[in-house]
Design a protein. Structure first.
Length: 183
């Protein structure tokens, strides 16, 4: 409990901490994307696709599980042991898995789009638009984790249950677009 308390004190997100982490994520993305665009050889394509799909699976696992945690967290009494445990679980899931997986998905996805398709194709443009939507939902979840960490969530479990379905819908659209390439 002491440990969790200390952990939780750390988690009280200051705005500057969040800005610093966002800046680090953007820097990693730029370095990764820059290296790929400069040095990515042609025969690297299937490997890049494999890494892309592994990152996608990790990102989606987190994007489907996090709102489920928020559903339970919304029902837990503020200040209770459960509530404090959910805070730790949410923060670790977001920072340890969801954020890095998104950065890797984007970097490798953009490289594949450039190398394989020269950024051409209706399906690709629609896919990128849907991924921008998914990234916006990601941002919304990150904000929610911060609110929950500060005991400021006022939204009921029902809200998080509904929000939970959005990443699923976007994932179906994205996978159909990239595999069927309907237009
Ligand atoms: C903006 C970010 C993204 C871009 C630019 C992008 C682009 C691409 C490109 C160009 C390919 C190669 C397609 C081919 O070789 O036929 C690919 C593969 C794939 N992408 Fe993405 N992607 C992004 C994000 C995502 C996300 C968020 C998902 C899932 C939720 C996803 C799922 C997949 C899958 C499953 C494949 C493998 C398709 C296959 O082998 O036929 N991508 N992506």
């Amino acid at each position: 409990m002491t440990m969790m308390g200390a952990d939780n004190a750390n988690s009280t997100n200051s705005g500057s901490g969040a800005t610093r982490r966002a800046a680090i994520a953007i820097a990693i993305f730029l370095v990764l994307a820059g290296l790929l665009f400069l040095f990515g050889p042609d025969d690297f394509y299937p490997w890049a696709k494999a890494i892309h799909v592994i990152a996608v699976i990790s990102w989606m696992a987190g994007m489907l599980y996090l709102p489920r945690l928020l559903v339970y967290h919304a029902d837990a009494e503020k200040g209770s042991v459960q509530s404090e445990t959910f805070k730790v679980m949410e923060r670790r899931l977001l920072r340890g898995i969801i954020n890095p997986a998104m950065v890797i998905t984007w970097a490798f996805g953009l490289w594949l789009a450039w190398k394989g398709f020269g950024f051409q194709g209706g399906w690709l443009h629609a896919k990128i638009a849907a991924v921008v939507g998914l990234s916006a939902v990601h941002g919304y979840f990150a904000g929610a984790v911060r609110k929950f960490a500060e005991d400021r969530n006022e939204k009921p479990a029902r809200h998080w249950r509904i929000v939970n379905e959005i990443p699923t819908l976007l994932m179906v659209v994205i996978v159909v677009l990239v595999i069927v390439k309907p237009f």
